[in-house]
Ligand binder design. Structure first.
Ligand SMILES: Cc1cc2nc3c(=O)[nH]c(=O)nc-3n(C[C@H](O)[C@H](O)[C@H](O)COP(=O)(O)OP(=O)(O)OC[C@H]3O[C@@H](n4cnc5c(N)ncnc54)[C@H](O)[C@@H]3O)c2cc1C
Length: 608
């Protein structure tokens, strides 16, 4: 028989969902000394190899969480020398042509490049190839050792009720016992089909895209050895399927459009045979093991708001936004949400942060996500255009004729101009936040483009990474776990810009109980030039909250109250650009989704 167990307000924060986003959020909270309860319905790690790219931005955040090297060294993380090349081929059975190859450096090559181009335009870290189950297994184990995290695996969220003071959440565990938890905040990291979001009645803009893929995760030595065009990370085939190399060796994931499969129950081996040959044909190879297979459908949508009106229930990761895999933005966006939301919740629970920090989580993160979705949309449109370039009947693509050669050249040129989908530094790292908890300095915003990152410490921007003179230490390595006041002190003995000139700022922060660590930097003119001001206040998510050359005549208390969400910036103006982006986005989703199933659960959240 089931029984009810009630807990009181012991846990300030309940996180539902131990996918990548819920786990990173729990990790961040633990690091900031705030307890949480992490509830996950599954006892086992999901075996679906969804994520395979942890991008630069996530790796940079992992650097401040001090887990980057451990992640790279994991048994299962792909080698630092492995390629990031994306190939486009007509067929994979040895009879085809390579149409284009988006060549990208390995993780090691990217890191070398970051060192060589130390002008502030780079991320502090290179991307990392790794399958989601490897990543999740590692993190889950890590969380077990953290004293502030109470993990409840096998607990399924059922329902919650929200009041001004907090949330009551009901779970059922594997033994059928019910648990009612009372917490200040309930965080929905329960994925795209989020039951919490539905209970909270937060609608989505967007929906499911009109296509279905069948995924097969398999190991094949023969497939590994018979690569027609050398090693790759991804290979897109002319029939619309794609194959991912998951370990730089013999483990792959094939995604085939379901309309290319015969009617009836799906034989996963057939998916592999058909991915290798042109549409309607098959090429048999020896498959050593099939790990998993399922049908899935891409979804393109975003929650209307990342929190409920009381701000007691908050969304992060796929529960807040869903996108197709193009560009590898899914989990990577969720990691940014988690690190960001973590410090805000910690600030409030510790007593120095105001509720405005939660309002500004929505105001800052959501417009950036719309930008990301718009970029993913661009990638989808390029794939649609590419598909239209392949003739449907009597396709001469592999013919040794002038017609065949011209078609291959035309498609190759289109692809070279289209370029790699994972190189959009503007989308990935040029994140610029605009909210009443950023203290502006009146400087105009630099031009923004999706492909480039323009280093700046203009308030709201991501602080630029630069290596110090030693060539090894990133300025990021000097940040404290919470707030950091970076103070560049003049070398000139006559200068008034001495270390003590920021004393009153630090003293005021201490009075307001804002945990700021001060970093005094001397004799680093290169870094100082890129950082643009003598004093830059960096938030725990690496974004700049305020900057100035000195603090003479400034109302320091007001600055600190604004950046900690205790008081709204009095001259705050909502962003016109965000409002326009929202309107454009609504028009955009109408073109590529059904517009209604943004919140639907499709075959166990798209992966059955
Ligand atoms: C084919 C494919 C390839 C992808 N490749 C990439 C990539 O290269 N890079 C990238 O960044 N992203 C990629 N993604 C997207 C990425 O997988 C997701 O964005 C990511 O998993 C989202 O993480 P999450 O923690 O928000 O949600 P999820 O990973 O969905 O985790 C949600 C968790 O909540 C749990 N849960 C759900 N409901 C309940 C409940 N009622 N009670 C308790 N627990 C519950 C689930 O069991 C699960 O563990 C890809 C996706 C697909 C489909």
């Amino acid at each position: 028989m089931s029984s009810t167990v009630s807990f009181s307000h012991d846990v300030p924060i309940v996180i539902v969902g131990a996918g990548p986003v819920g786990m990173i959020l729990a990790y961040q909270l633990d690091r900031l000394g705030v307890p949480c309860l992490l509830a996950e319905r599954s006892l086992e790690i999901s075996k679906w190899p969804k994520l395979d790219l942890t991008n630069r931005k996530s790796m940079e955040l992992f650097r401040i969480l001090e887990i980057t090297q451990e992640y790279r060294d994991l048994d299962g993380s792909v080698s630092q020398d492995a390629t990031f090349d994306t190939q486009f081929a007509t067929r994979l059975d040895g009879k085809g042509h390579l149409l284009a190859n988006w060549k990208l450096p390995s993780s090691k090559g990217q890191r070398d490049n970051i060192k060589n181009v130390n002008d502030g335009t780079q991320c502090a870290e290179a991307g990392q190839r790794c399958m989601q189950p490897v990543f999740e297994t590692w993190l889950r184990k890590k969380l077990q050792t953290k004293s502030n995290i109470s993990s409840k695996f096998g607990w399924t969220y059922l329902v919650h009720t929200e009041g001004d003071q907090g949330v009551s959440t009901t779970f059922v565990d594997q033994n059928g016992e019910y648990h009612v938890l009372h917490s200040k905040y309930l965080i929905a990291c329960d994925g795209g089909g989020s039951r919490i979001r539905k209970t909270a009645r937060i609608p989505m803009t967007g929906g499911q895209m009109p296509m279905r893929m069948h995924l097969v995760h398999f190991r094949s030595r023969q497939f590994a050895e018979e690569r027609s065009f050398g090693k790759y990370w991804h290979t897109f085939c002319s029939h619309g399927g794609v194959i991912l190399d998951q370990n730089d060796d013999d483990i792959f994931t094939a995604h085939l459009p379901t309309h290319l499969l015969p009617e009836g129950p799906v034989d996963p081996a057939e998916v592999v045979y058909r991915i290798m040959a042109p549409a309607g044909e098959r090429h048999e190879i020896k498959i050593d093991e099939i790990y998993a297979h399922s049908e899935w459908a891409p979804n393109f949508s975003i929650a209307k708001q990342y929190h409920t009106d009381t701000m007691r229930v908050i969304l992060a990761g796929d529960s807040a936004h869903r996108m197709p895999p193009h560009g590898g933005y899914g989990m990577n966006s969720g990691v940014v949400d988690a690190v960001d939301l973590g410090w805000r919740l910690a600030a409030i629970v510790k007593g120095y942060g105001g509720d405005l920090l939660l309002k500004s989580y929505n105001m800052e993160r959501r417009p950036m996500q719309i930008r990301t979705l718009q970029r993913a949309h661009r990638h989808i449109m390029e794939h649609i255009e590419l598909a239209q370039m392949y003739p449907q009947d009597n396709n001469p693509i592999d013919d040794d004729t002038i017609e065949g050669q011209e078609l291959r050249a035309r498609i190759g040129k289109f692809l070279e101009e289209s370029g790699p989908e994972t190189e959009d530094r503007g989308v990935e790292i040029d994140l610029r936040y605009h909210s009443p908890t950023i203290y502006p300095d009146g400087t105009p915003e630099l031009e923004w483009t999706p492909d480039r990152y323009r280093p700046s410490t203009r308030p709201g921007s991501r602080a630029p990474h630069v290596f110090m003179k030693d060539g090894e230490t990133s300025i990021y390595d000097l940040f404290g776990a919470e707030w950091t006041l970076v103070h560049f002190v003049d070398d000139d003995v006559e200068s008034v810009n001495t270390a003590s000139s920021s004393d009153s700022f630090v003293a005021a922060a201490s009075r307001l109980k804002i945990p700021i660590s001060r970093v005094i930097i001397k004799e680093e003119p290169h870094v100082r030039r890129i950082w643009e001001r003598n004093m830059v206040l960096v938030r725990p998510d690496t974004h700049v909250a305020w900057r100035a050359d000195n603090i003479w005549g400034l109302n320091i208390d007001e600055i600190l109250q604004v950046i900690s969400g205790q008081k709204e910036f009095s001259r705050f103006q909502p962003s016109r650009a965000s409002a326009d982006a929202e309107a454009n986005f609504e028009a955009l989703v109408k073109g590529i989704t059904d517009g209604v199933t943004g919140g639907a659960t499709i075959a166990q959240d798209d992966i059955a």
